[in-house]
Ligand binder design. Structure first.
Ligand code: ZN
Length: 407
């Protein structure tokens, strides 16, 4: 099994000016496509595909006033334009501005086989670019991707690669953990640990306030970037340890975009949930661990010790951080309790998937036998093992599963 991954590496700042000049050319191509699409629609009421733009763009990379961009980047810009326009269901899109207050952040897309890597540098459009190669790009086959600029003017290479995934162990043989993503705490774990969200910026808050009141925009941006970097750095370390220690990781399916419209909007956008979930998903893949997304509804109200629906209810219940179950008397931290419920649900989902897969395989085997085919090593040794047995899905203090290291 393989999976596609996007690797992001920082490009050294001495190339920033040159990349920005290429980004202006991308904007030129984009705006040309936008203009052309507008005219074609006025005249013929039809939309152009990415491929339809190619003849119009022919020759743009040759001759006296040629673009510096390689032709694959010009074509990819047109294709991305067409895709984006179709996605937004518009006749035209916004212009990409190369200057002024509404300048678009630099962006240069490219197709597969446009860049190459050697000796720690990336070759693009006739130049070798130095990068901070945090991924060891030499170990991958580089495919399509883009160069992009962040709000501070730093450039990054985002390139997709194929990675090979190892075979997973059956989930009953490994330990499991539940993760509840929250607002006050970024995450609570079923083993009782919590990660406070404010830890990433508490010490920077005074500086941020000063910079905001003084109207220092660059400083404000830099502080926000610092907070985001700290959070990302911490999330990488946390998710790596989680995936190393546990073979099953269950995460709530909390929907940030829905919550972002509500009264908690600011903290939701800030929380880094999707970053954490994405990291857990791909790190689980790499480490051959199971990643399970679990419907969260009700996980804060149900007692993880006895299963009674006895927790704090409704909006007012949101403020309750700690409660005692009226049925069994167990004391709970709100978020840790939710994480335990997520773990139990996640294991139940895995168990269900496994028994479904087991039935399908049994059916397949029966068909094969009836058809006179040999049931070969391929289907017998597919690595799913005894299904669902040993996964305890009862609500209970300590019997989540045998061999569990999660408490
Ligand atoms: Zn209880």
């Amino acid at each position: 099994m393989t999976s596609t991954r996007v690797l992001r590496v920082r490009i050294k700042d001495r190339h920033a000016a040159w990349l920005s000049s290429l980004a202006r050319e991308v904007n030129l191509v984009w705006n040309y496509c936008n203009e052309l699409q507008g005219r074609v629609f006025e005249r013929e009421r039809r939309f152009l595909s990415g491929f339809d733009f190619w003849p119009y763009l022919k020759g743009s990379t040759r001759g006296e006033c040629a673009l510096q961009l390689p032709v694959q980047a010009v074509q990819e810009t047109a294709e991305q334009y067409a895709r984006s326009r179709a996605q937004h269901r518009k006749i035209r899109l916004a212009w990409r501005a190369s200057g002024g207050a509404r300048r678009s952040l630099g962006w240069i897309p490219f197709k597969v086989r446009t860049i190459k890597y050697a000796h720690g540098q990336v070759y693009f459009a006739g130049r070798w670019l130095s990068v901070w190669d945090s991924w060891g790009l030499g170990g991958y086959e580089l495919r399509a991707g883009s160069f992009s600029e962040d709000a501070r003017g730093r450039w990054y290479l985002n390139v997709s690669v194929q990675v090979k995934l190892p075979q997973r162990e059956p989930p009953e043989a490994v330990s499991a953990i539940g993760v509840d993503l929250g607002l006050k705490d970024l995450a609570a774990l079923s083993d009782g640990r919590k990660i406070e969200n404010t830890r990433f910026y508490r010490d920077l808050e005074p500086a941020l306030g000063v910079a905001q009141r003084a109207g220092k925009k660059r400083r404000v941006k830099a502080i926000h970037a610092k907070i985001a970097n700290r959070r990302r750095d911490y999330l990488h370390k946390l998710t790596t340890t989680l995936v190393r220690a546990h073979g099953v990781v269950c995460v709530g399916d909390v929907n940030a975009s829905a919550l972002a419209r509500g009264p908690h909007a600011k903290s939701v956008l800030d929380a880094g949930w999707s970053a954490m979930r994405t990291m857990l998903r791909y790190k689980c893949d790499d480490a051959a661990a199971w990643f399970v997304e679990v419907p969260e509804s009700g996980t804060t109200r149900i007692c993880s010790a006895c299963g009674a629906d006895a927790g704090p209810q409704g909006l007012r219940g949101l403020a309750v951080r700690e409660w005692t179950c009226a049925v069994c008397g167990a004391g709970h931290d709100r978020d840790v309790n939710a994480a335990r419920n997520i773990l139990v649900r996640g294991l139940a989902i895995l168990a269900q998937q496994f028994s479904a897969a087991g039935e399908a395989k049994a059916g397949e085997a029966a068909v094969n036998e009836a058809g006179g085919h040999q049931v070969g090593a391929h289907s017998a040794g597919a690595g799913h093992g005894p299904l669902a047995e040993g996964i305890s899905v009862t609500y209970g203090g300590d019997d989540v599963k045998p061999g569990c290291r999660c408490r």
